[in-house]
Design a protein around this ligand. Structure first.
Ligand code: SDX
Length: 391
């Protein structure tokens, strides 16, 4: 019976689909969204322009962009019934638990199924509009502060920052340096072809489940420490190194003996990139720029650079082609923007949302068959039932 399947655990050598959205070249460290390089997009576009590009295939005209931005603004408020669910979460609920639960709850509030002809994009607009609002609630609740409502005179990034950091008691002005850094980070996380969470979104969607349920599943997959959850693990690892005197060699050795220590250098390694992660390069440079502009001196940035330097000169990492990935430096910027560590993966989700949506829409448009892989059975051969009294 094993003759007909090729076992490929983790799909390391399996092409799951054809896609026209994102192009990766792991050897050359190339990442393009719909043919545009991320270097170009991160430097010149807004996150919503990139979201439009990923989902609809072309950069928007001014008119298309105005309509897209306006329709998103009109959906940023979240149903007070969803808020009631949120209010019953524990104060210390992990923001990824809250986000995945409330996004799934949206399918109960908007039961009209996805319009196959792709004319009814309200579900797409609702998700793009509501994720930042829901995300900001977690932070406000953890602070014991009242949640904020979106303000329609602000752009997407400024609106999120205002919901996160403004308080009713004083005026809050969004710092353009902070808004610009957030815009860059969201663009760099926007899509990444068939990674674990995107494959999850496509697989759930392949059964014709609705978009909210598919995205909620993607959020859950992203949460894992081997995937998006790594950006939280990186900062916790860097903090531990700092608390331990800042000597990175001990952690390099622990990682090299992973079999016995079970320790991994979070933020290092990638299934596809085998020379460098182009996003890590941009984020590392942005970390220097943003912290300097904000006058933030974060000792973990130097520790991170020291760790990278030590790893790049160590045979174990070089032999396994392990380099900093997108998660290695991103938390240092998020922290400088005032975002707490347990919200880092939520930031990844907000960035990746347009990519998940674009990939789901493409899968549905291609009328792909339901995903249903096979296996190699290694369990018991046929045997007779034994009544309880004889066991
Ligand atoms: C993301 O897929 C994507 O595109 C994901 C992502 C996206 O945008 O969607 O890029 C986002 O998830 C980035 C990755 C974030 N995860 C981490 O930083 C966690 C630490 N990294 C690893 O767990 C690992 O590198 C993965 C999960 C990223 C990749 O795993 P693979 O491809 O399955 O590689 P592997 O686990 O088989 O490792 C190969 C070897 C092993 O050693 P040997 O068994 O050959 O002796 O390299 C070692 C591993 O032990 N190794 C590490 C290591 N990563 C791999 N050793 C120490 N530290 C590490 N970080």
């Amino acid at each position: 019976e094993t003759g007909f399947v090729t076992l490929d655990s983790g799909y390391k050598n399996t092409g799951a689909t054809k896609s026209a959205i994102t192009f990766l070249d792991g050897e050359k460290g190339i990442l393009n969204y719909r043919g545009y390089s991320i270097e170009d997009l991160a430097a010149k576009a807004t996150f919503l322009e990139v979201a439009y590009l990923l989902i609809y295939g072309e950069l928007p005209t001014q008119e298309q962009y105005a309509e897209f931005e306006d329709s998103i603004r009109r959906h940023t408020i979240v149903n007070e019934g969803v808020r009631a669910i949120f209010d019953n979460f524990p104060v210390n609920a992990h923001p990824m638990a809250t986000l995945s639960s409330l996004v799934s709850a949206l399918s109960a509030f908007y039961p009209d199924s996805y319009d196959e002809k792709g004319k009814d994009d309200r579900h797409i607009i609702r998700l793009l509009a509501k994720l930042p609002t829901i995300a900001s609630w977690s932070y406000k609740k953890a602070q014991g502060h009242p949640v904020n409502y979106p303000k329609n005179d602000l752009d997407y990034c400024s609106n999120f920052l205002n919901m996160m950091f403004s308080l009713p008691v004083e005026k809050y002005e969004v710092d353009p340096v902070v808004a610009s850094a957030l815009n860059t980070l969201l663009i760099l996380h926007a899509d990444h072809e068939q990674n674990c969470s995107t494959s999850t979104v496509r697989l759930v969607g392949s059964s014709q489940a609705n978009l909210y349920s598919s995205i909620s599943a993607g959020i859950s997959a992203l949460w894992g420490p081997l995937h998006g959850g790594a950006n939280q693990e990186v900062i916790e690892m860097l903090e531990a190194i700092k608390a331990d005197g800042g000597d990175v060699s001990k952690y390099i050795d622990m990682a090299k003996n992973a079999k016995t220590t079970g320790f991994r250098l979070f933020g290092f390694g990638h299934r596809v990139y085998k020379n460098f992660d182009p996003r890590a390069k941009i984020i590392k440079k942005a970390a220097d720029d943003v912290l300097t502009k904000l006058g933030v001196n974060d000792p973990v940035l130097e520790i991170a650079k020291g760790l990278e330097e030590a790893a790049l000169n160590d045979e174990y990492f070089v032999a396994r082609k392990l380099y900093p990935n997108v998660d290695f430096y991103s938390g240092i910027i998020y922290r400088a923007l005032g975002i707490p560590t347990n919200m880092f993966t939520v930031m990844f989700a907000i960035g990746r949302l347009p990519g998940w949506i674009a990939q789901w829409k493409e899968m549905r448009a291609m009328k792909e068959p339901i995903g249903r892989p096979r296996q190699i059975y290694t369990g018991a051969t046929l045997r007779d039932f034994v009544p309880m009294e004889q066991r």
